[in-house]
Design a protein around this ligand. Structure first.
Ligand SMILES: Cc1ncc(COP(=O)(O)O)c(C=O)c1O
Length: 369
């Protein structure tokens, strides 16, 4: 089968993650899979300490530093264990015995991170959106003091509920830690507001198996000692992410995604504009056909990455999903814990893919409203 025939088989993939990747990146991976230029082996077959891989890990690290304007006082680390390992590593490293760790819980992932931290010590939910079914982010600022709190933790985009902070919360005088797993690289970042920000790669930055952690050196130095080597961030920072064998393939793909963002998209400002445009197309349809679509998040807390909505009846929802699948729109079923529909429109989902979904939703509403 030719490359063109294979490409024609690609569906519009609205999966929440692992998610769609840019087609140009996939093509480059396919081309280089047998042998990297001037190397003679694929990325899967070379040492993580050799010259060939060093080029890609440096490109991924330097590229992130450039795209996000990350100052030198921050370490960029490439870990494994998914975002869930971060749920445990953060309290393990930074929760100090005599203090509380503050969690703002705006959805399922924040709740699970809090529960993991509570196993290890004094974790406290200082804001909890569960009574409102996780439809909002907090309006208030949190004036926390370093005397009482080890850190403040929040999730910038709750992937399951489709609820996103439009800017960083104010947490007072304590280190701010953020799970940006599902909106990392979707817009520029005010990095200096964070002490640690992390994201798994499988939404906006590549395949599963890689977690990117960006942390201030001063926070890393304040971490607990006597932790097992892998679980101490300093092991990774001090060894430039080569403490153990890192996920080499995923780091190579990240370096290609970074290039794509820089050269094809034109940077994160442009990526943000495109993401705003895509999300607006779908929210406009939801708002126009209110008898058919019921948006989940409050309008000012709506996610640009995960568009979550329901229907007035289960029958309508089943019809929407089966007709969508037949029309080539895949991965639209909501998370098993909340149901409904979730259209994940990460960076790599092309504008024309979202246009097609908006058109399908408009036609469906006209027929079923
Ligand atoms: C916001 C957020 N945090 C954490 C996770 C868990 O990530 P992982 O499966 O890599 O542990 C996810 C996964 O979807 C997520 O969306």
């Amino acid at each position: 089968m030719s490359q063109t025939e294979i490409a024609e088989q690609r569906v519009l993939n609205f999966s929440a993650g692992p998610a769609v990747l840019p087609e140009t990146v996939l093509r480059q991976i396919a081309e280089e899979m047998i042998a990297l230029p001037d190397v003679g082996s694929s990325i899967l077959e070379v040492s993580h300490r050799g010259k060939a891989f060093t080029k890609y890990i440096n490109a991924a690290r330097d590229g992130l530093r450039e795209l996000l304007s990350i100052p030198d006082e921050y370490e960029i680390m490439f870990l494994q264990g998914g975002s869930r390992l971060q749920f445990a590593m953060i309290p393990m490293n930074f929760m100090h015995e005599e203090k509380c760790a503050a969690y703002a819980v705006t959805g399922s992932w924040g709740k699970q991170a809090f529960q993991e931290a509570a196993k290890q010590g004094n974790a406290k939910t200082i804001w909890d959106g569960s009574e409102d079914h996780f439809t909002k982010t907090p309006n208030e600022s949190f004036q926390l003091t370093a005397e009482n709190y080890s850190y403040f933790y929040y999730v910038s985009n709750e992937t399951i509920q489709g609820v996103q902070f439009s800017s960083e919360p104010d947490c007072g005088d304590v280190p701010m830690i953020c799970d940006a797993s599902s909106d990392f690289l979707h817009k520029p970042l005010a990095i200096e507001k964070y002490d640690l920000i992390y994201a798994c790669a499988q939404k906006n930055a590549g395949p599963a198996g890689l977690t990117m952690v960006i942390a201030k050196r001063s926070l890393l130095q304040s971490g607990k000692s006597n932790l097992p080597g892998y679980l101490d961030y300093r092991s990774h920072a001090d060894n430039e992410s080569l403490f153990n064998t890192p996920p080499t393939f995923a780091i190579y793909v990240l370096s290609l995604i970074v290039d794509w963002l820089k050269n094809e998209i034109g940077g994160l400002e442009k990526m943000h504009l495109q993401n705003q445009k895509k999300a607006k197309m779908l929210y406009d349809v939801i708002d126009k056909y209110r008898s058919v679509y019921i948006g989940h998040a409050d309008p000012d807390c709506r996610s640009l990455m995960n568009i979550v909505f329901k229907f007035p009846s289960v029958e309508l929802q089943s019809r929407f999903l089966s007709d969508a699948e037949a029309a080539g729109f895949h991965g639209l079923a909501g998370h098993r814990s909340v149901g409904g529909i979730r259209a994940s429109i990460y960076n790599a989902m092309p504008v024309k893919g979202v246009e097609a979904l908006a058109e399908y939703m408009t036609d469906f509403a006209a027929e079923n409203g």
